[in-house]
Design a protein around this ligand. Structure first.
Ligand code: SF4
Length: 544
């Protein structure tokens, strides 16, 4: 029997769901949910229906889809081990409580805002609070019934959870010391504010193919290489200070570093250029497979020349100026310790352990900061905290006060450079525990290798996703099940070695090597890291 086939059809590439090419029919369930009803509309249902009728009344497509646009994810049911993460249905894994992400664009908070978050944590979130590596604060144990009151309190002090998760513009990373850093030439805060006011919560960009991550900073003190878009400060020889534009970075599956478009953008044009790039993503981004939907795939397929051309011709209607490459630091800037501001005052950067704080701890922080003449703090993309605007004669007392509440301004290497994602305690995708293991790891290394004098970053992830940036750590740990000593599967990690961000000794940023055979059980993790650290000390070159 003859096979009825058409050669022309068999070689034709399938559409990837790009709106600009006329594909408007949703190609997967997530696209369907977004098309059926704009996810931002769920806010009214939460306030008018779900908060009154309770968890059981929530429509599943809102619960597991649209709620994210308001910063809400259901949290993992307690007691489900990592081995069952992949086999259970979503409703079997989830609890009737939520994780709530509060976005803090640019990372700075007044003490009034900090106190409101602390109060919400204590009243509605069982005193939980984690500082994320994207300058958010995450609360747990939130009930849908409490959301109207939580939003009322947050919004009264200018905070929001709008588009803190979901396929939309997430929190905009910014320098935690914007406006006060001694070596900053332009404070980009007005551009961040304009972007948030014009576009966050707007239906113009509430249906993107996938999440969209931004960073806008004069200093290279955010992980600019791994965002969908980054503006980084640069001095143009003719036009003065402005921003260098990078696009298409991202970790998780197929990690890629952002690429420079080679353009110089003045501060006033940052919001429009940002909107142009988001517009390209919305219209040309791939909407068939979610693991191929981030902007990095489009940038990779098009190349920077075509991307720049489309941005200029179709979105801005004008050419952008060519610009020089920015000077990059030798290593990431984390702002830990005491630093002079340009106004003569000081800021102090201190480390909690793996970003874990609490509502009580945040309230204490507000008290300590206020007692030392400060009215502002900032969160860093390294899960750390800064107290800003401290008079010189109060600095030493502040450092002591911070230590008294568990925030260390002179931390060990281990405390300073270890980060951990949410992990199995609350995350439905997790396979292993992360925060508690991170705390144990730091304690053990501080005890055994107290005077370790090199920078060695350790990033602990609870699953193959990269929320704590596994691939760009010196020691990246990716949670998975491994075979234990007795042959049974236990919690463990695959190890990535040698990743990093920023310019390290003349080499550009890169991803750690994933060494297939290199795995450790979670139980053996402290010994494992200790061995790696000792071997590094024994084998390092002079000055390394
Ligand atoms: Fe959850 Fe995995 Fe992200 Fe950790 S890396 S927060 S376990 S999704």
């Amino acid at each position: 029997m003859a096979v009825n086939s058409s050669p022309a059809k068999s070689v034709r590439r399938r559409g990837e769901g790009q709106w600009a090419l006329g594909h408007r029919e949703p190609l997967n369930p997530n696209e369907r949910t977004k098309k059926d009803d704009d996810p931002l509309n769920v806010r009214a249902r939460i306030e008018n229906i779900y908060a009154k009728a309770g968890f059981a009344s929530i429509d599943p497509s809102d619960l597991r889809g649209r709620f994210r646009w308001w910063g809400l994810y259901t949290q993992r049911k307690a007691g489900i081990d990592g081995g069952r993460t992949a086999v259970l249905e979503p409703h079997e894994l989830e609890d009737e409580y939520f994780m709530l992400r509060v976005r803090i664009d640019g990372g700075q908070l007044t003490l009034a805002q900090l106190r409101v978050i602390a109060e919400i944590s204590r009243e509605f979130a069982r005193d939980t609070a984690d500082i994320t590596d994207r300058q958010n604060i995450q609360l747990h144990w939130i009930r849908v019934e409490d959301m109207p009151e939580i939003w009322r309190r947050l919004e009264a002090v200018g905070l929001q959870t709008t588009e803190a998760c979901g396929d939309c513009p997430r929190v905009v990373l910014g320098s935690p010391v914007a406006g006060i850093a001694a070596d900053e030439k332009i404070d980009p805060t007005p551009a961040i504010d304009e972007i948030i006011n014009r576009f966050v919560g707007s239906k113009e960009f509430s249906n993107l193919p996938r999440k969209f991550k931004s960073s806008i900073s004069w200093l290279a003190d955010t992980p600019y290489e791994i965002n969908d878009i980054s503006f980084l400060g640069v001095e143009h020889p003719d036009h003065g200070p402005g921003f260098d534009l990078w696009v298409g970075g991202g970790l998780s599956t197929n990690p890629m570093l952002a690429k420079r478009l080679g353009v110089w953008v003045p501060l006033a044009e940052v919001p429009d250029v940002w909107a142009g790039v988001v517009g390209i993503f919305r219209d040309y981004g791939y909407r068939r497979l979610r693991h191929r939907a981030r902007l990095k795939f489009l940038v990779n397929d098009w190349g920077v020349e075509k991307f720049r051309e489309v941005l200029e011709k179709e979105y801005l209607g004008r050419a952008l100026l060519d610009g020089p490459a920015p000077e990059l630091p030798e290593k990431p800037i984390d702002h830990i310790g005491v630093h002079a501001q340009r106004d003569g005052r000081f800021y102090v950067g201190a480390a909690p352990v793996v970003g874990r704080v609490s509502g009580t701890g945040l309230a204490e922080l507000a008290d300590v900061a206020a007692a030392h003449g400060s009215d502002r703090v900032a969160l860093t993309p390294y899960q750390k905290l800064l107290v800003l605007d401290v008079p010189g004669d109060r600095v030493d007392s502040l450092v002591t006060g911070l230590r008294g509440i568990g925030l260390e301004a002179q931390p060990s290497t281990w405390r300073r450079s270890t980060m951990a994602c949410t992990g199995i305690e609350y995350c439905k995708l997790a396979i292993v525990e992360t925060k508690r293991r991170g705390e144990e790891l730091v304690a053990r290394l501080e005890e055994r290798l107290r005077d370790f004098d090199a920078d060695l970053s350790i990033h602990i992830n609870g699953c193959p996703n990269a929320c704590a940036r596994t691939q760009v750590a010196d020691i990246g740990l990716k949670g998975q099940l491994v075979v234990g000593p007795d042959g049974r599967q236990v919690e463990g990690f695959q190890v990535h070695l040698g990743g990093g961000l920023g310019m390290a000794q003349g080499q550009s940023a890169g991803f750690g090597r994933k060494l297939r055979g290199l795995k450790t059980t979670a139980e053996e993790l402290p010994e494992y890291v200790e061995r790696v650290a000792r071997r590094y000390l024994a084998g390092r070159n002079e000055g390394e």
